[in-house]
Design a protein around this ligand. Structure first.
Ligand SMILES: [Cu+2]
Length: 96
């Protein structure tokens, strides 16, 4: 593989295959105060510490966090509130 093709391949891997709106999440959290990639990264860090969380996806456009839970796992409203507030953001709504 040439370096250019390798770069293109990596870019493809890193880009989300479906948009936030198209993806199905177990929980969608709306929060105020998420404005940049650092916000998204810090939330990723905070949420990944939870054993029940498979992955999250932060959408800055809609100020939302999509959460994929591990099979049979749950995240309570209180836990979500705590995680969002740890990150320094204000919880607005939780959609399940
Ligand atoms: Cu930020």
């Amino acid at each position: 593989m040439t370096p250019l093709r390798l770069l293109a391949f990596i870019a493809l891997l890193l880009s989300p295959s479906v948009s936030f709106a198209e993806e199905k999440y177990d929980i969608i959290i709306k929060a105020d105060g998420m404005v940049c990639d650092f916000c998204a990264q810090s939330l990723n860090k905070v949420f990944s510490k939870k054993a029940s969380v498979e992955s999250i996806n932060v959408d800055l456009d809609t100020s939302s966090v999509g959460v994929h839970l591990k099979d049979g796992q749950n995240l309570t409203d209180d836990e979500i509130k705590e995680l969002i507030e740890w990150g320094g953001y204000d919880l607005v709504a939780i959609e399940r």
